[in-house]
Design a protein around this ligand. Structure first.
Ligand code: MF3
Ligand code: CO
Length: 270
């Protein structure tokens, strides 16, 4: 997809500028998380996040992207990604993936999480969400080895360990002066190991897993991606910068320290 484009390498100063977009992205997603409850509509959650981005002096990178009509993607149960906020009323036990991003001073953030509304309907939903979350952090941690971008997918695949299906055909991406840039970041092991990991590389890592198969379909709205077998899905994403001193997860409030420290990865203090 982005195979022939050159990779945008950031200076340390540019990474600091991207951190502002990352923190506003985090604040927007947290506001939606805090509002998540049975009875709320996905449109209401979208409005909450939109206001946080506006008040923080940013803009949404999703709104208007190839005509996308909202600030967030809200993907419920068998919807994997790119669910459009609307009249859907959330219910206890729903598995809800919320994806969003902010642009500040021309720099982009992109992040997603999956949460369960109220009491889980099935312990397997909890396991799906947690496994996908751990796969995200394993994928991020793999960047600290300064090998190849393909190490991310290998680490994601190892972390999922066959317990859930890794969605086919959707990937992470480079990020910076645009939301989607080179290189592609696969969520599975591949023969092509990808470009070298080096300081200044900024990536959005975003594993997507399902309780069923790897196949998806896009609905008639040309956005909503659903599992072909109707199984539930989860999606986690962070924007991360590779630095000389270690890794900095720009969309995590602590820069990733609490998750990456135990994995033996250095996260520089701000
Ligand atoms: N944030 C998504 C991704 O993770 C892209 C959303 S597409 C949009 O790459 F149109 F909704 F913006
Ligand atoms: Co993304």
């Amino acid at each position: 997809m982005f195979g022939r484009e050159r990779i945008e390498i950031k200076t340390p100063e540019q990474v600091v500028a991207m951190r502002r977009a990352g923190l506003l992205t985090h604040a927007a997603l947290e506001s939606a998380r805090a509002a998540l409850r049975p009875g709320i509509t996905t449109r209401e959650l979208d409005a909450v996040a939109a206001e946080v981005i506006r008040a923080g002096g940013g803009t949404s990178n999703f709104l208007g992207y190839h005509g996308y009509p909202a600030t967030l993607c809200i993907s419920v149960n068998h919807v994997v990604v790119h669910g459009i906020p609307g009249d859907q009323v959330l219910a206890e036990g729903d598995v809800v993936s919320i994806d969003g991003g902010a642009v500040v001073d021309g720099w982009h953030g992109d992040s997603a999480f999956t949460a369960i509304v109220g009491e889980p309907a099935d312990p397997a939903d909890v396991e799906l969400v947690e496994t996908t979350r751990r796969a995200l952090w394993a994928g991020i941690a793999a960047l600290d080895r300064r090998g190849r971008v393909g190490d991310v997918g290998a680490a994601v695949e190892d972390a999922v360990d066959g317990r859930f299906a890794i969605v086919d055909g959707y990937t992470g991406h480079g990020i910076g002066t645009a939301m989607h840039m080179a290189p592609e970041v696969l969520n599975h092991r591949a023969r092509e190991r990808g470009p070298k990991v080096r300081p200044g590389l900024c990536l959005a890592v975003e594993p997507m897993c399902t309780r069923g198969g790897v196949e998806t379909d896009v609905l008639a709205d040309e956005w909503t991606v659903v599992t072909s077998d109707g199984s539930r899905a989860a999606h986690w994403e962070h924007t991360v910068a590779v630095l000389e001193e270690g890794l900095w997860v720009l969309t995590a409030p602590d820069g990733g320290a609490s998750e990456l420290g135990p994995l033996g990865v250095r996260v520089p203090q701000e």
